[in-house]
Design a protein around this ligand. Sequence first.
Ligand code: NAD
Length: 451
Amino acid sequence: MMQQKLQRLRAFYESGATRTLAYRIQQLQLLKKAILQYEQSLYNALHGDLKRSPEESWVTELGVVMAEINLALRSLPTWMKRKKVKTNLVNLPSSSYIISEPLGVVLIISPWNYPLQLLLAPLIGAIAAGNCVVLKPSELAPATAGVMGALIKELFSEEYVLYAEGDGAQVVPELMNSFRFNHVFYTGSTAVGKSIYQMAAAQLTPVTLELGGKSPCVVERDANITVAARRIIVTKFSNAGQMCIAPDYLLVHASKKDELINALKESIRAFYTTAPANSYNYGKIINERQFRRLAGYLTQGTIVHGGHTDIGELYIEPTIIENVSPDAPVMKEEIFGPILPVITFNTLEEAKKTIENNPDPLAFYLYTADAEREKEWLQAIPFGGGCINNSSWHFTNHHLPFGGRGNSGIGKYHGKYSFDVFSHEKAIMKTPVWFDPDIKYPPFKGRLRLF
Ligand code: NAD
């Protein structure tokens, strides 16, 4: 049954229907319209899965997708144009150009934490580039997966965009082992990412892996502490900390620790009140399994703020902890929840050692007023992307490539980079026939290094 559906996608792709500019633009316009039509149902579903406010869901999900669609609609004619490049001396008078062509049938797999945006932003790139697509949403955000399924099925035929729901451990191997996708775009944990890479390798299928990791946040001695605290709190506790690019832990210069902790506490109270459980602006943990994992971290340091939990409501209070051992699980695993360890440092070298315990983070944040320090830190730490005097917002600028390196992933997307991920750059040299010098043909003897 699934096999037949996949073959139909292949046949539809081979028909060439998805290749024209007009077709791609039309699908993107339809998608944009449908998201606006479904807007309220999507907010309700996201609230059901994550207790997130519509405002936050707009900024982190629907708005991100809209910006991506608008950019693609504006830019697609330029992106699709054949690109003329120079030709080197030895090949003159040939001319050279690059054609961006679709890859074929691609698979997009997404996680539960931003279930809409992490499925649809790659879809926009795949449609813009002219592909047929299989979408595999996360089964762990079922309300959103349900509404997105209705939207996608209403909008697209199954031979163009196929919505494949179900338990990932079962559905994904079934898809990948029986069909040769032309690309697999996966967002999720590093552990599952490795098995996706292995399955793809068996068929030499290229992959993009958008994985997780422990993203450090450094607060230097010269940082504006009040502003730093506000920006750290709003990004750490957005979506109850379940964000791949949230600051995972803080490294604060020892001289600023007390001041920073006081400012952090003040911001928590200002944003989420003294009863965050009832706050409009504060979410819940996705499920009991994640709740138990996170609750376990609370005993691995001294709680300086928060620490209250309620398993019935899947609630964990915004929490700050200190005195954590580098060997504790909370400092070895990606936290992915509302618990913020604070560690002090005196020198860059010392802080770097802590960061190197979890190398290649997806993101890195630095709060400093000193341009020299900024340069030193950026050079010292390998990471995917990041911010200076801010956290997480780099994700929302579609002019920047988004992706990890090493442990945090392979490849990048957003904006034009999404179009590139799902395109092949076909390299062409065209040679006129009026010039055909003998020098390019045997006998070559005695003509060493003539070119
Ligand atoms: P996950 O790896 O458990 O699941 C992601 C997807 O993989 C889901 O669709 C799931 O159904 C599928 N899946 C699960 N088990 C599978 C298996 N054995 N074989 C094949 N597919 C399987 O990830 P998650 O818990 O949903 O998401 C959390 C992780 O994702 C965190 O590590 C986070 O940092 C990371 N993340 C990364 C980004 C990024 O952009 N780099 C964004 C969000 C989340």
